[in-house]
Ligand binder design. Structure first.
Ligand code: URA
Length: 227
């Protein structure tokens, strides 16, 4: 198993997939918050404290602040984006810039207020210049997102954009191939993939497809996914 995949599985806490010899090489210093508890054992308070003080990767040196996530911690719908941008880095809240305004409008269109859902990103800290996240950054940060998913226990996740989908679903299929299908995390949580609102601002002709995706997610929310 190559080191990138190993790092990804490690980030998910999927040591069960590793052969014993490989599992033994897993750095225990990697999995934990400053108080020494593994991320998978943290409650909301500890998790938020761990994220806000995180120094697992170099982004901690360039951020203004970490962006934990916001909204209803018992939400039925969870929205997962890529990473904070400049405005989010300034305000400490995800999706508060122009893309966030569009996300709010998309949610309103299906009858949801921003406060009804829980919104989080794959990366909790802004990559300088909004560059794409690096694998070593996502590997360090994904355990936080997976713990958020476990704590919220949503009925469905709406994953916005290629980067979020690739990291959450561990795939490199193009976004166009991921839309329209129901995906599932290893824990069984259903995931619907759609365009990132920032992309929709640049390509408004795709909004009708995003609308289809949203209605698909709402159908899962309402009727379940048949499992
Ligand atoms: N884009 C994202 O993916 N997340 C944010 O929080 C803001 C913009």
């Amino acid at each position: 198993m190559d080191s990138r995949r190993l790092a990804y599985l490690d980030a998910l806490g999927v040591t069960a997939y590793l052969r014993r010899s490989q599992a033994g090489t897993r750095g225990s210093e990697q999995a934990g918050d400053p108080l020494g508890e593994p991320v998978e054992a943290l409650g909301w308070e500890g998790l938020e404290a761990a994220v806000l003080s995180c120094e697992r990767c170099g982004l901690s040196r360039t951020r203004t602040q970490a962006v934990f996530g916001t909204g209803n911690r018992q939400a039925q719908l969870m929205v997962v984006g890529e990473a904070p941008g400049a405005e989010e880095d300034r305000q400490g809240e995800p999706f508060v810039g122009r893309a966030g305004q569009l996300l709010n409008a998309m949610l309103r269109a299906v009858g949801l207020a921003r406060g009804d859902v829980f919104i989080a990103n794959v990366l909790k800290c802004r990559p300088p210049g909004n560059r794409d996240p690096r694998p070593e950054e996502t590997a360090q940060c994904l355990p936080y997102l997976h713990r958020q998913v476990a704590l919220v226990a949503p009925r469905v996740i709406l994953c916005v954009g290629r980067i979020a989908a690739h990291n959450l679903l561990d795939t490199d299929l193009p976004l166009g191939r991921l839309r329209g299908d129901l995906h599932r995390l290893p824990s069984g949580v259903p995931v619907v993939v759609t365009y990132h609102p920032a992309y929709l601002l640049r390509s408004p002709e795709q909004k009708s497809r995003a609308w289809d995706d949203l209605r698909f997610a709402m159908r899962i929310l309402r009727d379940g996914d048949g499992h």
